[in-house]
Design a protein around this ligand. Structure first.
Ligand code: EPU
Length: 330
């Protein structure tokens, strides 16, 4: 049975029944099992494998970027789901296509990006999506989702919902990027700080990408060096009431208002519970970002999962906030 260790960024060593590489959308037409027989895999950068996968793993390696439309203002691209996300971002920057620069250095594949609506530094992939091409393993036919039917929300989409999980293999995405008139998004404080430090007054998309890369490299562990899946939890949104009670005790609690509620960084809550940089066996919370759970090398998925539940329980106890997993637990 083939090992999945090299196929998940946590570096957890479990086996699959079989791994089948999908290189062309047409390869999918030959699959005649039901969705339960398969497990769809992109870059394996947003999942924790707590057990082996007794299914046929379909590894998305559909490549290619095609220009569907182009004029002076912008470009519409169709990008293969198996393309590496960051390489795609760099390709777009090189061509002068603006939009993805804030999403530089996010691990994973293009096909996985819409599933959890990847986001960073004030930008989400939903801002650019026109459509998602997928293969429906249940109905055994190709389908196209327009942006609205993807039901994008914070780290969420229709593809992540329980009723549809594992049903749609994303063969490509269609996005619109700007060419001529565009505004770089440097609202996120840290980006502006880096640009100021480099004395960049009028940033190009390359400058913004470089700033994002340096911020990420300083804060987030490289999965090639230390196993992880980025943020393990979502940032919770709490009522004004709850927020004020926390603020009474912790004057400096960071927060972002969302309507009449408040989003509080889960990393801050976890740090307050004493987990930042704390190692437990082969796992623990990253020293520079408490929201990230790491594998020091030999951890099993079960061990990491148990640690994550302990972290969650301590946040619930101290703050009465139930953190939601951002990573898919398999
Ligand atoms: N903070 C702490 N201690 C920590 C970590 C964070 O106090 O250990 C506080 C600080 O006040 C900091 C604030 O939290 O200013 C926000 O931290 P950061 O800028 O690192 O962002 P985040 O909210 O922790 C989110 C995303 C990241 C994304 C960054 C930048 C989620 C779950 N995570 O993290 O996404 O890169 O914003 O936009 O929304 C991912 O999804 O895997 C991911 C890395």
């Amino acid at each position: 049975m083939p090992s999945l260790k090299a196929y998940n960024t946590f570096g957890v060593d479990v086996d699959a029944k079989e791994i089948q590489i999908i290189q062309r959308a047409d390869d999918l037409l030959a699959l005649n099992g039901s969705p339960e027989d398969y497990f769809i895999l992109g870059g394996g950068s947003n999942m924790l494998l707590t057990q082996g996968i007794d299914k046929i793993v379909l590894k998305n390696e559909i490549k290619g970027i095609e220009v569907l439309q182009e004029n002076d203002e912008g470009v519409v691209l169709q990008i293969g789901g198996g393309e590496n996300w960051h390489e795609t971002v760099l390709w777009c920057i090189d061509k002068g296509y603006a939009g993805f620069e804030n999403l530089s250095l996010i691990p994973g594949t293009v096909g996985a990006a819409p599933i959890q609506n990847i986001g960073a530094y004030g930008v989400e992939i939903k801002d650019f999506i026109l459509g998602v091409h997928a293969y429906d393993l249940q109905e055994k036919k190709a389908v196209i989702f327009n942006k609205q039917s993807c039901q994008f929300a914070y780290r969420d989409s229709i593809f992540k919902q329980a009723a549809h999980k594992g049903r749609f293999f994303i063969s490509s995405i269609v996005v619109r990027l700007s060419k001529d008139v565009f505004q770089v998004n440097t609202d996120y404080g840290a980006i502006q700080l880096v640009l100021d430090h480099l004395k960049v007054d009028v940033p190009t998309i390359t400058d913004v990408s470089n700033a994002v890369i340096s911020i990420r490299q300083a804060k987030l562990p490289d999965p090639a060096e230390i196993g992880n899946s980025g943020s393990f939890f979502k940032n919770p949104v709490v009522s004004a009431d709850k927020y004020e009670r926390i603020q009474e005790k912790y004057e400096k609690v960071p927060s972002y208002p969302i309507g009449d509620q408040y989003k509080i960084p889960a990393g801050w809550l976890i740090e307050q519970c004493g987990w930042k940089g704390k190692r437990v066996g082969h796992t623990g919370n990253y020293e520079k970002q408490a929201l990230i759970i790491v594998n020091y090398g030999e951890a099993t998925g079960q061990e990491i999962y148990e640690h994550a539940r302990n972290v969650r329980a301590s946040v619930a106890q101290k703050f009465d906030i139930d953190l939601e997993f951002e990573v898919n637990i398999i």
